[in-house]
Write a protein that binds this ligand. Structure first.
Ligand code: CP
Length: 309
């Protein structure tokens, strides 16, 4: 049965390995669809999806909208900056008003950890978490693991290091869950101040020396420093961070093997990664973005199959 064990996509923590494999197999089919001249299937002609973005986004918002349109769903977009949330309306009231316009699924990005789960328990629609504060970003982790599988044939047994601001990163947490469920070994690397104290409970290795981390791994996922979530200074300066934890071409070329370089975006070129690394043949950053559409089509299609029609 190609059926997910969940009714909403709140976090990777809730998924089984089989769920992730079903999503990947479905994404394989949709990846073929989006290579065709007509990049569209009529599967969700009877479904309406609202994209609710209470936080900034480029990749995730556009990727979800394209995925929905390529499945022929009707799509409405909502940005908090221009909405009645500014007049004091609650999240549940906002969403219930949107749902009374006969919306079947809500894709939501929100600054508060737990916002997607909160919503899924209160409104009658399928909820897809497009990032909730520092908690989870499940579709990013799915597209990241899917891209590793595409590049290296499998995720099982691969060594993946996630470098940077682990403390504030929903991408890091979702990636740790996804990679471990798929049988990868995971390491995190960054300054002590940007590694959460609970990290050992997640069963990952910790390394504070970037060279050692890169020598260990098959794949390095370089994260952005999330200055917008930092109310205090966690390291002396961006220049110092970059000298210790930034990946440049000299370091990449000095390794005795070719590792795969990833980044979820947005990139701060010259801080966590230099341009010549981001644009190198070892980088799969734009493949990640391309795969995001197919993976999100798969997630939406599989959740929509659970809607009573
Ligand atoms: N990777 C990611 O979530 O990017 P956006 O913030 O642009 O959506």
């Amino acid at each position: 049965m190609n059926n997910l064990s969940v009714d909403h996509l709140i976090g990777i923590k809730d998924l089984t390995r089989e769920d992730i494999e079903i999503i990947f197999q479905t994404a394989d089919s949709f990846k073929q669809v989006i290579q065709r001249p007509i990049k569209k299937v009529p599967s969700l002609r009877d479904i309406t999806i609202a994209n609710l973005f209470f936080e900034n986004s480029t990749r995730t918002r556009l990727s979800f909208e394209l995925a929905e349109k390529r499945l022929s769903a009707d799509v409405v977009n909502f940005s908090a900056a221009s909405s009645s949330v500014k007049k004091g309306e609650t999240l549940v009231d906002t969403v219930n008003n949107i749902l009374s316009m006969k919306v079947d699924m809500v894709v939501m990005r929100h600054p508060n950890p737990g916002a997607a789960k909160f919503l899924s328990e209160r409104v009658d629609a399928k909820i897809v978490n497009a990032g909730d504060g520092t908690h989870e970003h499940p579709t990013q982790a799915l597209l990241d693991s899917y891209s590793i599988r595409e590049k290296l044939g499998t995720v099982e047994g691969k060594k993946v290091v996630i470098v940077g601001d682990i403390l504030h990163s929903r991408v890091a947490l979702s990636n740790i869950y996804a990679l471990q469920k798929l049988g990868a070994e995971v390491m995190v690397c960054g300054p002590t101040t940007l590694i959460p104290r609970y990290i050992h409970e997640l069963g990952v290795k910790v390394e504070h020396n970037l060279r050692k981390a890169l020598e260990w791994c098959d794949v390095a996922n370089m994260l952005r420093i999330q200055l917008e979530r930092q109310d205090i200074q966690f390291f002396p300066s961006l220049r110092e961070y970059s000298m210790l934890f930034g990946l440049d071409k000299n370091l990449l070329d000095s390794l005795d093997k070719e590792i795969v370089v990833m980044h979820p975006g947005p990139i701060n070129r010259g801080v966590e990664i230099t341009s010549d690394v981001a644009d190198s043949k070892q980088s799969i950053i734009l493949h990640q973005v391309e795969n995001g559409v197919a993976v999100r089509m798969a997630v939406i299609y599989l959740l929509a199959s659970k809607i009573e029609r």
